[in-house]
Each structure stands twice: as C-alpha cells, then as structure tokens.
Design a protein around this ligand. Sequence first.
Ligand SMILES: Cc1cc2nc3c(=O)[nH]c(=O)nc-3n(C[C@H](O)[C@H](O)[C@H](O)COP(=O)(O)OP(=O)(O)OC[C@H]3O[C@@H](n4cnc5c(N)ncnc54)[C@H](O)[C@@H]3O)c2cc1C
Length: 460
Amino acid sequence: MGDPWPDLGSRMSEAAGTLTRMSIVTELSERLPGRVHGPGTPEFDAGRTVFAGPGEAEAVVRPSSADEVATAVRVATSAGVPLTVRSGGHGSDPVAGGIVIDLAELSGVELADGGLVHVGGGAHWGDVASALAPHSLGITSGDTGDVGVGGLALGGGIGWLARTHGLTVDILREVEVVTAAGEVLIANDAQHRELFWALRGGGGNFGVVTRFTFEAAPVDGLVGGHVRFDQSDVRAVLRAWRDVMAAGPDELNSTLLVMPQLMPEMPAGPQLAVALLGSEAELRRLLEPLLSLPSVTEVALAPVAYADLLEESPPGKPPFRLVGGNGFVPDLSDEALDVFLRALDREIPTMLMLRALGGAFSRVPADATPIAHRDGQALLAVNGILPPDATDEQVAAARVATDAALAFTSGEYSNFTPDFGEEQLAAIFPPPTLERLRRVKAEVDPGDVFRASHHIAPAR
Ligand SMILES: Cc1cc2nc3c(=O)[nH]c(=O)nc-3n(C[C@H](O)[C@H](O)[C@H](O)COP(=O)(O)OP(=O)(O)OC[C@H]3O[C@@H](n4cnc5c(N)ncnc54)[C@H](O)[C@@H]3O)c2cc1C
C-alpha cells in the first residue's frame, strides 16, 4: 500500500520553518519598532540587493545603534536564522535568505581629537571623504565613492593613498563590534587585541562592526589626473611605470590599467591614474619617463581634492564573465612584465590592472594584520573578458595566459576575489594566518553565525 500522506514530514517541517520565520519577523518588529522592513518596501529591496544582484531575505532590519544591532543579532541567532550584514552593498555574494542587518542608519562621520575619525559601519567612502574635506583630511581607502566602509575596511582597503599611508586597516585604531552573543565590545591594541587583529583583513566573520575609528591624514596639496597611451608600445609603458613608481616617493600613488577594445568608441590601451601629495611641477618631473613616451595620447594633470578622486561605481555587475584573478607582485621584473604583456597580446580580450604598492604598505610587518603579503610592489588583476555563456574550452583558453601572469604573484587580495571557498581562503591567507583567524573565530563566534563571503570556520 502506498504512503497515504506523501511528503508529510517535509511539508510539516517546511510549515514549521515558515512559522518560525514569521514569528522571528514578528518578534523583531516588536523589539525594534519601525526598523524592520518586509517585501514590497524600498528598504527591503535595497537591503537584499548587492553589486552581484538581488538576493533572498525574510526581512531587512535597519538598526540605528549598536544596541539595536545586538537585539537583531540575538533574535536571529536564538532562532537559528541566517544573518547577512550590509554596509555599502558592493559585495560579490548575493544575499542568501534570512535576516539582513543593513547598517544604512549607522553612517555618521565624526571628527575626534588627534586626527581620529569615528565612522559608522554603514557609511560610504564618498560621504566620508566629503565630510573630511572641510578639515583638509582624508582616509586611505578605495577608489570608489559608493563602496561601503564596512566591507572594504574589513577586507583590507587598497586605495588612492596606499603607498602614502598603507591599507585602510593600517590606520584603523579601534572598532565597536557586536558579537554573535549580542555583546557590544570595543576592540583595539589594548583590549580584545586578537579580535582587533582579525578584523583588520579577516572580513565580516567575527561580528557586526558598528563603528570604525580611523586616523585621518592631511590631504591638502593633492595633484593628480590621468595619462593615456595608444597601443603601439605597451611594453615601454609597463617598464617606465615600474621604474617611475620604484624611484618615486611614498606620496606618489597610481594605478595602471590596460583595457582591450570592447566597443568602437572606447579607447583601448594603457591608462594611468595618478595622484601626488605635492606640486604639479613635481608630479610632471616624477612622471617624465612616462610623459616622454611617443605613445602618449592625452595628459590631464591638475590640482584635485581628495573627495573628487573617488569615482562613481558602474550600475551593477558587468554583463560578461571575467576569467583570471589577482595577486601581489613582489618583483616587477622585466620577465614578469613581458609575461603580463603576453596575457594582453592574444585573441581573448583581456584587461590588466596594476595598483602600485610598496611604500607605507610594505613597511607594515606581515603578521600585524591578516593581510600578510606586504612585500607586494603592486597588486595585479588580470582577467580575460568572456561572454556569460562561455564554453569550458573558452574558459580554459583564457586561463592559460592569466595563470602564466599570476605565477609572478603571491597571495590574493580578498576584496578582489569574487569566488568563495577553501581554495580561495588558502590563496588569500598563509596557513599560520588562517589558523590564527580560525582560533579568533572559535573564541568570538563558536556557533559560526557570521558566514561572510570568504567564510572562516571556527577552529575545532
Ligand atoms: C565598483 C567597485 C569598486 C571597488 N573598489 C575597490 C577599491 O578601490 N579598493 C578595495 O580595496 N576594494 C574595492 N572594491 C571591493 C570592495 O572593497 C568589496 O566588494 C567590499 O566587500 C564592498 O564593501 P561594501 O560594504 O560596499 O559591501 P557589502 O556587500 O555591504 O559588504 C560585503 C561584506 O562585508 C561584510 N560587512 C560589511 N560591512 C560590515 C560590518 N560593518 N560589519 C561586519 N561585516 C560587514 C559582510 O560580510 C558583507 O557580506 C570595489 C568593489 C566594487 C564593486
């Protein structure tokens, strides 16, 4: 005889799950009136959407204090519901169900004594730069204004002033963090030191950071802009750029981008984005080996405000598949640059980006933060640009040249690694660093509540 109640068990547990989720949303709404947003509201749609696209969620909570964050964490964890934390929403991993804690209401920027700046965990870098501009101050961070302080800072933060002041985490002095147990802690060099270490590059695995305290620096007298080149001698551009940056002072920061011709109206070839804390004459003198190349097509250099260096991000994930990766380049040797060049010189359209490091970035000891590859003279990102439905053969062909280029790198930068798993974790963190991160995780989040994109499981 057949089962009279087919699938009864799974239907009952599904119904129980639905009831549990409904009661969590009800409980959250009672505990945090006006802060919980469900389907059909703009807050819900904004909260469940990141750069990678919209995801699934039961509800979006917008707390306005660390205590409210703690309440949301306690309610969600006691019911065993997945939690996602959202700052600027530029992460690469779509929201996958449960409760989203959207920190949009925690976006204040407050100047304190001694050049310290308290920044809410949900602020955007453009807002931070604008708020500090009247004080002639800036914080070394990314190059895009609408990226969130939370995700970028917890992953490291490579931006315009990386050679001058290091990574964003290198000038982080303190965090206020809500743990999985719903405790509000202050972590710095004097208390909760291991947690503070882990939060400077270990991502969103250890709690919800509601407030960052950074040490800002003067950004007066900034000059910058761009230089474009045609494709006639990319080798000469790569070598001259390497030499200019190696000889230049820490105050000189730049990124060299080499784009293929994707559209007829889009110029292909190397483009240099550059900024110097100094004068325009000094910048032109430092860049002379590049500016004197016959392939130069455009030079635009002028005084610039730090806030104006930050760009707007593109509207969403580009409609193609990027195949390749990133890594820190300890030695920009002629051989390495020639292999990078060969990655460009092929039928698969390929983009290459070199962000200059060295300087203050490289003077931080390897074990001072989870970002250990401090000998990097540049961060290389190299990607073949394929259609979204590329075949396995096309992907494999694209990888041949990008892998050859990446062989000259060590480690990976987590914020630029859009794939997630143990293989990526092993590439991002050297084994002792990863073990240390897992030990911190076991201390502060033994139940593994915070499963950020680059998920670090607790040590057992
Ligand atoms: C257009 C664009 C430009 C970029 N430019 C740069 C750049 O110049 N330099 C650079 O270093 N990176 C850059 N990135 C990468 C960027 O740093 C990461 O994608 C980062 O995760 C985005 O942070 P977010 O807060 O905007 O994203 P979100 O999607 O809000 O957050 C990403 C993840 O971080 C965690 N998280 C965020 N805030 C908190 C918090 N307060 N507490 C706990 N966990 C939190 C969560 O796990 C979340 O899933 C860029 C990305 C894009 C899309």
